[in-house]
Design a protein. Structure first.
Length: 646
């Protein structure tokens, strides 16, 4: 029998995170940056050398830019935007990951182990390490009167690790069976205000809280291979092959000249060991008439794909599940890790606001409401993609045959919705933080609240109407962590030929503004908001005040009557704004008017608009106009989110 000691101690921490993969580590990084003490436990004694996930999509790359981590990822990854497609030996190139709405118009291919390594390095720079060897055994929410907390039991083997030979490998099943004979364990009770479960598809937290994980297990045995091959096929991009046997095979480039191959292995006997020789026969048949040979392998396995989503993403608004613990699906589209990282990014800034006493715990209820529909859509999309390529159903085989027979037409005319695979079209619906204006007409869907904040080029305006001449992107200065960025679009109201217009209105009756009144409003409200709401709770030892709001002014010049653009930067004059620091209302010129267009703000004789960008760079609020009434509307919006701490 194993020896289990009574709990050696009881500890307290504001947030306990279970699961030391990329999702759990990013959550810990974000909370630590926002001054929230947390503890990150991981059952495995060392980081896994396996790399299930390979690609970071454009939306995730934008998030990494906002967290200041992007350069480290770009230095180690390989950007890919095109597919090499072989149908019965006919080669075509398809720009499947190209998009026109992000600076990152590609996917970055980087093995998960390297993603984990970069995030771990950043976490340690923040002064926190993954606490390895601790296994979560039980958790519950304790409620006493008006108080509640999470009580979690964890254990660690004093010799060796907690891994048991009898445990299930099936996603959705958790076996907390008897400890290993001869093992000695220490246990600990951890009391936390919140628990984030990023503990994978076999989530113990989900299991212990009896959260259903409905879905299905697909019939196909999917083979994954990492290694070196020899072939006459181009391996520069993502390679999709459909050979003479109408079987689809995908090949992805890895580092060091290796590749990953994903192919259907339903013809294999699951009881027999998968060998390089058996695998080579399968891929040679799928590649024919092309040639392909296995030179060496570092990973060769096969498994059945699960498509499942947790029935709930939270328990009593105290325990939250993220990543594979909340959703699993096929690898088609490469969405999995991206989805989990975006879960963590969505949840942590909200949790930091609540723990700092800035917002009500009701804010955390928006996590499930926003992320669950996104996961549901991703599961449906990856399911459709996987079925088209791998399903043995007659209808799917016919579709593949039709695509094969009409390959050149398909590749030329097929349309992939821009941003779908790249995860750029994610939209959160109306809730506590996504509030449509109460009286103004709702704009077109692409401009509504909940949409991802668009990027675009800007030029800084210096004194006397001179510009810096250097183009910057909006996303380069709407950085985090946890900051609300307020974009003030002024249309052409700051043009030098505009008379004082503080009491005038546009054709919709919206009050216009000028430099003097705009400066007065932004200084007044920025001071009021910053003095009232800021990170840095007295509850925690970290007393550093961190700003919660930044304001950026974006002006533009309308076209002349003849249709040509104003090229003279002196046509825009607002020296009192040009001299401000970044985040304090500094003025930028939207020379191409792209950003005004992407945010649905008219330029010529326009009233401008104020757009509130949430810390995770989605639009939280928008109001047409940049005059006093618009500032009052934004103030009222913020008061619905933040506690009145004045």
């Amino acid at each position: 029998m194993a020896t289990i000691k009574p709990p050696s101690k009881t500890s307290e921490i504001p947030v306990l995170i279970s699961g030391g993969g990329p999702v759990g580590i990013l959550a810990a990084i974000m909370l630590t940056r926002l001054g929230i003490p947390c503890r990150l436990i991981e059952r495995e004694p060392v980081a896994s050398t396996m790399s299930k996930a390979l690609s970071l999509h454009a939306r995730t790359l934008e998030i990494l830019e906002q967290t200041g981590l992007i350069d480290r990822f770009l230095a180690k990854g390989h950007p890919i935007s095109h597919f090499d497609i072989y149908f019965k030996g006919v080669h075509s190139i398809f720009p499947g990951l190209v998009n026109s709405i992000s600076h990152y118009n590609y996917a970055l291919f980087l093995e998960q182990i390297k993603t984990t390594s970069i995030l771990t390095e950043e976490l340690e720079l923040q002064g926190l390490k993954v606490d390895r060897g601790w296994e979560l055994m039980d958790t519950k929410v304790v409620e006493e009167g008006d108080k509640a907390w999470v009580e979690t039991t964890i254990r660690r083997a004093l010799d060796g690790n907690n891994i048991r030979s009898t445990e299930s490998k099936v996603v959705g099943l958790v076996d907390l069976d008897d400890e290993q004979i001869g093992k000695e364990y220490e246990t600990e009770i951890v009391r936390s205000e919140y628990l984030i479960a990023a503990d994978g598809g076999k989530s113990v937290v989900r299991h212990k809280l009896n959260i259903p994980f409905p879905g299905r297990t697909l019939e196909n045995n999917c083979i994954l291979f990492d290694g070196h091959i020899e072939t006459d096929i181009s391996l520069k991009n993502i390679t999709v092959i459909n050979g003479k046997n109408n079987q689809t095979m995908n090949i992805f480039p890895l580092s060091d000249g290796r590749v990953r191959i994903m192919v259907d292995g339903s013809s294999l006997d699951p009881k027999k060991e998968l060998t390089n020789e058996a695998f080579e026969k399968i891929i040679q048949a799928a590649a024919a008439p092309s040639k392909i040979f296995v030179k060496s392998s570092s990973w060769l396995t096969f498994y059945k794909v699960n498509e499942r989503q947790a029935a709930s993403y939270s328990h009593k608004n105290r325990v939250f599940i993220a990543g594979d613990a909340a959703h699993v699906h096929s690898p088609a589209g490469g969405q999995g890790m991206n989805l989990g990282l975006q879960d963590a990014y969505n949840l942590t800034w909200k949790m930091a606001l609540v723990l700092n006493g800035l917002s009500s715990p009701k804010l955390l209820e928006t996590y499930e409401g926003e992320r669950a529909p996104v996961a549901s859509d991703v599961i449906k999309m990856s399911s459709a993609m996987f079925a088209t390529g791998f399903s043995n159903q007659l209808s799917r085989r016919i579709i593949r045959r039709l695509i094969t027979d009409f390959a050149s037409i398909f590749v030329r005319f097929v349309q992939v919705p821009s941003g779908t695979v790249s995860m750029l079209t994610i939209r959160y619906h109306d809730n506590l933080i996504n509030q449509p204006h109460k009286t103004q007409r709702k704009p077109d869907v692409e401009f509504q609240v909940g949409q991802r904040a668009h990027d675009g080029p800007l030029v800084r305006v210096l004194g006397d109407g001179v510009t810096s001449g250097e183009t910057v992107r909006l996303h380069q200065f709407i950085l985090g962590p946890g900051i609300f960025h307020i974009l003030v679009f002024t249309s052409d109201m700051l043009s030098i030929n505009a008379a004082p217009i503080s009491k005038k209105t546009d054709h919709q009756g919206i009050i216009l503004t000028d430099e003097a009144h705009l400066k007065k409003n932004l200084e007044h409200y920025l001071h009021e908001w910053r003095s009232k709401w800021a990170y840095g709770s007295k509850r925690f030892q970290d007393q550093r005040k961190q700003p919660l709001f930044n304001i950026h002014v974006i002006g533009a010049l309308a076209e002349t009557v003849s249709g040509s653009d104003f090229q003279d930067p002196s046509k825009i004059r607002a020296d009192s704004l040009a001299s401000k620091e970044n985040g304090d209302g500094r003025l930028y010129l939207d020379e191409s008017r792209v950003l005004h267009q992407r945010y649905g703000v008219p330029v010529k004789a326009g009233s401008g608009a104020i757009i509130v960008i949430r810390p995770d760079s989605h639009i939280g609020y928008r109001v047409l106009g940049a005059g006093e009434p618009a500032w009052q509307d934004v103030d009222q919006y913020l008061r619905t989110i933040f506690n009145n701490l004045s």
